[in-house]
Design a protein around this ligand. Structure first.
Ligand code: CMP
Length: 139
């Protein structure tokens, strides 16, 4: 059975461009409930650890530099079928391929600076949520 939680980050590009409010509105309007949320800036070490799974990819250095370049909004979201429904809401990783009306189509500029992160599996949703939030920070 599909899980009911996913993890997201509103990335530094979307924060810099003033899209936090619009993106949160789309998330809530789509029926996701916010279980946890924080506004933080990751250090390069933290961003590197978060994206450790991509360590061997050619874009890893660029990804770590970008994700630590400014504040982000991290959140745990709850809804039936959360991971898949959230990935539908945000659209393809590359905004050029994202469907009309999706968050990345509306607010992302490139595959690297793509406005939002969404977990790609229930297992990674748990790992990523645990990376950023303690039990006491969840409601
Ligand atoms: P995200 O969903 O946060 O997970 C991994 C990130 O790596 C992805 O979004 C993209 O921002 C980034 N990424 C994936 N492919 C590339 C690429 N070819 N060049 C730069 N960044 C990439």
């Amino acid at each position: 059975m599909a899980g009911t939680q996913t993890f997201t980050m509103i990335k530094p590009d979307a924060v810099r461009n003033g899209h936090i409010g619009a993106i949160l509105d789309k998330i809530c309007t789509a029926g996701f409930r916010i279980r946890a949320m924080k506004y933080i800036r990751m250090s390069p070490e933290q961003a590197g650890a978060f994206y450790e799974v991509h360590k061997e990819r050619p874009f890893y250095g660029e990804l770590v530099e970008f994700m630590s370049s400014g504040p982000i909004v991290a959140a745990i979201l709850e809804k039936d079928n959360a991971v898949e429904d959230f990935r539908t809401l945000i659209g393809a990783t590359n905004p050029a391929e994202a469907a009309d009306g999706t968050i990345r189509k509306l607010y992302a500029s490139s595959i690297g600076e793509n406005a939002v992160h969404g977990s790609d599996s229930d297992q990674n949703a748990i790992i990523e949520s645990d990376f950023h939030f303690s039990k006491l920070e969840r409601f």
